[in-house]
Design a binder for this molecule. Structure first.
Ligand code: UDP
Ligand code: MG
Length: 359
């Protein structure tokens, strides 16, 4: 729907302010409707022709001070690269003047496309819409707060050309407060251990993707942190390069301390929906077995001691812990088995990512 209203560089802008979900306009006369239809087909054709080489997707939430400078930097880098590009700004429900600044920029630069959310849905939602709308064969994502340096785009592209499908930035020298850098190191270590994707800086906003990746990976909730894991799981080749990072010049971070808690929950979601989705028993089975074994060992030792004539079992609280571990273990095991049955009986579609079909 939004494609009907979104301006593209080759066509005149219809709305001063494109929105994701345009308000219904019942008063439209049939003739206008058919024009709309026509434009839609044109758009479809254009996306097949792929008019941009690079799409830069920029989620933003209250970043009015940074946008102008960011645009200048992007323009200078992309202009020098001699490629066709588009700049997709996703205004994630900003309450400051961001949208006015963007509109002013749009007037001077037809590479810009703006999608504005009705409210703040979060960075993942913004990226998801950006991914859907991007038409370039390469998609770059970057933060709008000037912390990511647009001058890194050629290096990211070069790495993609080496055969990677997703290249993540690694802010090796980071200009963030210690309250963020230390938890981030821990987060990256755990994620790399649990998922098998060995990146130093999973959550870096600056990343480059081949079009196939953004069209097949489903970013929802707050899963933007784990796009490389999702991509890796679908068989895409994931790499990283060191990128230049800058301190936040204007405004403040949009994520509070809650990011770590949410990040952890999302890691569980990612593990569950990728690694263990089809084999739930592989997750619950070992947990259950460990609990059952631990319970049996504890209770076995206590029963043995009781036989030897020492303390009565009724005086050993640890005995109850052992029983509880056995019961919990059996439950884990049963949940795993039930999960297996459900995943076997359900017909799961779009489960496998197919790279190519040769007939
Ligand atoms: N952002 C967004 N929606 C949100 C929060 C953040 O689009 O709900 C954008 C924000 O404007 C910025 C990027 O996501 O362009 C990264 O946010 P921020 O700089 O606050 O994160 P940090 O650098 O602290 O990780
Ligand atoms: Mg930032």
């Amino acid at each position: 729907m939004a494609d009907q209203t979104a301006p593209t560089p080759e066509q005149p802008k219809q709305h001063p302010e494109p929105v994701v979900a345009p308000k219904p306009q019942p008063q439209r006369v049939p003739q206008q409707k058919s024009q709309q239809q026509g434009r839609f087909n044109q758009n479809q054709q254009r996306s097949q022709q792929q008019w941009a080489d690079i799409s830069v997707v920029i989620p933003l939430y209250n970043e009015e001070e940074s946008l102008k400078e960011l645009h200048q930097q992007l323009r200078s880098t992309l202009g020098r690269m001699n490629i066709r590009y588009e700049l997709i700004f996703i205004d994630d429900g900003s309450t400051d003047r961001s949208i006015q600044v963007l509109r002013d920029l749009r007037r001077t630069d037809k590479h810009i496309r703006i999608y504005r959310f009705r409210r703040n849905y979060g960075k993942s939602a913004a990226l998801s819409v950006g991914f859907e709308k991007a038409q370039g064969s390469i998609v770059i994502t970057m933060d709008a707060d000037l912390q990511d340096d647009p001058a890194e785009i050629p290096a990211l592209k070069k790495k993609l050309d080496e055969g990677y499908d997703l290249v993540s930035g690694w802010k090796k020298v980071r200009h963030d407060p210690i309250t963020k850098t230390i938890p981030s190191k821990f987060f990256n270590f755990i994620t790399s251990l649990m998922t098998g994707v060995h990146l130093h800086d999973m959550n870096c906003g600056l990343k480059a993707y081949r079009k196939d990746v953004v069209k097949s990976v489903n970013v929802y909730g707050e899963l933007h942190r784990y796009v490389p894991v999702l991509a890796h799981w679908e068989g895409f080749k994931v790499g990283e390069i060191v990128v230049h990072h800058r301190a936040r010049k204007f405004g403040k971070t949009k994520f509070g301390i809650g990011r770590f808690w949410k990040g952890f929950l999302d890691l569980l979601t990612v593990l569950f929906t990728t690694r263990y989705f089809r084999r739930p028993l592989h997750l619950f089975g070992p947990l259950g077995l460990i609990a059952i074994l631990a319970g049996m060992v504890i209770d076995g030792v206590l029963v043995f001691e009781w036989f030897q004539g020492s303390t009565a079992l009724s005086n050993r609280p640890l005995f109850l812990v052992g029983i509880m571990l056995i019961i919990v273990g059996i439950q884990f095991f049963s949940i795993g088995l039930l999960g297996e049955m459900i995943s076997k009986s359900r017909r799961i579609e779009e489960e496998y990512s197919i790279k190519e079909v040769i007939k």
